[in-house]
Ligand binder design. Structure first.
Ligand code: PMP
Length: 406
């Protein structure tokens, strides 16, 4: 159903697809919650994997990007020239964060920000050990890649970063077995995305916070997927009342343009200056990305998208899933804000449902990296409530028809 034919389209164009499942939707343009291609209009329920939180080409973002483009784009590697747009975006972010998260380093991507955060933790603590969690995904650069516990994706690329250990997510005893005074940092997603939307238990994060404090390790939250309203609050840590030492952001941070960041206190971040050049990036904090990201953040707050719209969308997702799928045997779902997953009983059914939903109904959903029976539902927050409900009912209909065939 999926495979050689689709992969060959890429090779013929001189491109390598590393995806197991290229969706091969041919994109001509995108607007709001829609992607247009091959004469078809698709409803986008994945938002470029948690990127396009206010949909595609939001007019306010386009205006900010154009204004920035008319002033300057790249002028110097990160951290030398004073760029007002970088300053303004860093200030806008830190004004919304606890006072201990007051210093931002902008990167190109989530992976680069994760690597920067690992380097920061080792430099600041003078320790080497890193604890990450099974089924986490933190990115594709060598440091971030090492944090993945799936040996199939890291296979043949060893040696990976030394001194990285994997504990069980939501199992504090497994952390206690690994953590000691040699640990530089513990890195965790408040809601594991690629594991198929698995939220941390509140007690787990609270205890992690305490354990890190006890041994002098930094607690790093990877909020690359979970921030900017995706999980219902602007940042997922707010849902838990647990403040990390380092916050890592990307995806929606750039409002559709490449941008990542790691954020901590001035004291901790200062260790990258001692000695200097602790992390260097050419394009990190690109002015166009900062303009788009800052405009996106403004829309999220001023249009009450985080405070009012996302809770309404969350309710719709929960209601439709409960009504349509609550009684279907073998089907379960998880919804945190507008980050959702439907889990089906078998991988083959999941594959078929995803293909049918996209090809027959022009609704874009996706797989997860590490949850082969899961279907990803990450709608943009600007989606019309009726359109969301209708799209979800359509997906549920396809699921039920496939389950009934069994
Ligand atoms: N952390 C998480 C939780 C992610 O989902 C991703 C990307 N899917 C990354 C880090 C890496 O971000 P990027 O692809 O921008 O390098």
């Amino acid at each position: 159903m999926n495979g050689e034919k689709e992969i060959n389209v890429w090779f013929e164009a001189g491109l390598l697809p590393t995806s197991r499942h290229p969706l091969n939707v041919k994109v001509e343009r995108a607007e709001g919650p829609f992607i247009y291609g091959k004469g078809k209009r698709y409803v986008d329920l994945i938002s470029g994997i948690a990127v396009n939180i206010i949909g595609h080409r939001h007019p306010y973002v386009i205006k900010a990007v154009k204004e920035q483009l008319d002033r300057y784009d790249h002028v110097m590697v990160y951290g030398d020239f004073v760029l007002d747009i970088q300053m303004a975006y860093a200030r806008a972010l830190t004004d919304l964060l606890p006072s201990s998260l007051n210093t931002v380093f902008f990167t190109n991507s989530g992976s680069e920000a994760i690597d920067g955060a690992i380097k920061l933790a080792r430099r600041y603590t003078g320790k080497a050990k890193v604890i990450a969690f099974k089924n986490a995904y933190h990115g594709s650069t060598y440091g971030a890649w090492t944090l993945a516990s799936h040996s199939d994706i890291t296979q043949g690329m060893e040696p990976l970063l030394p001194e990285v250990y994997h504990a069980e997510f939501n199992n504090i005893e497994s952390v206690k077995r690994l953590i000691d005074e040699h640990v530089a940092c513990v890195i965790v997603e408040p809601v594991q995305g690629e594991a198929g939307v698995v939220p941390a238990k509140p007690e787990f994060l609270k205890e992690l916070r305490g354990l890190c404090r006890d041994v002098g390790a930094l607690l790093i939250f990877d909020e690359v997927q979970t921030a900017f309203g995706r999980t219902g609050s602007l940042f997922a840590f707010e849902n838990y009342g647990v403040i990390p030492d380092v916050l890592v952001l990307a995806k929606a941070l750039g409002g559709g343009f490449p941008l990542g960041a790691f954020i901590s206190s001035k004291e901790i971040m200062g260790s990258l200056l001692d000695p200097p050049f602790g992390h260097i990036t050419t394009y990190g904090g690109h002015p166009i990305s900062c303009a788009a990201g800052k405009a996106t953040l403004e829309v999220l707050i001023e249009d009450k998208i985080v405070s009012e719209k996302i809770p309404r969308l969350e309710n719709i997702i929960k209601e439709v899933f409960s009504e349509e799928l609550g009684e279907v045997e073998g089907v379960s779902f998880t919804v945190v804000g507008i980050m959702g997953a439907i889990h089906l009983p078998e991988k083959e059914i999941t594959d078929t449902v995803i293909r049918r939903v996209i090809n027959e109904h022009q609704i874009i959903v996706d797989w997860f990296l590490f949850a082969e029976t899961g279907i990803r539902i990450y709608p943009p927050a600007i989606i019309d409530e009726g359109l969301l409900a209708h799209s979800l009912k359509t997906i549920a209909g396809v699921i039920k028809s496939e389950i009934n065939k069994r």
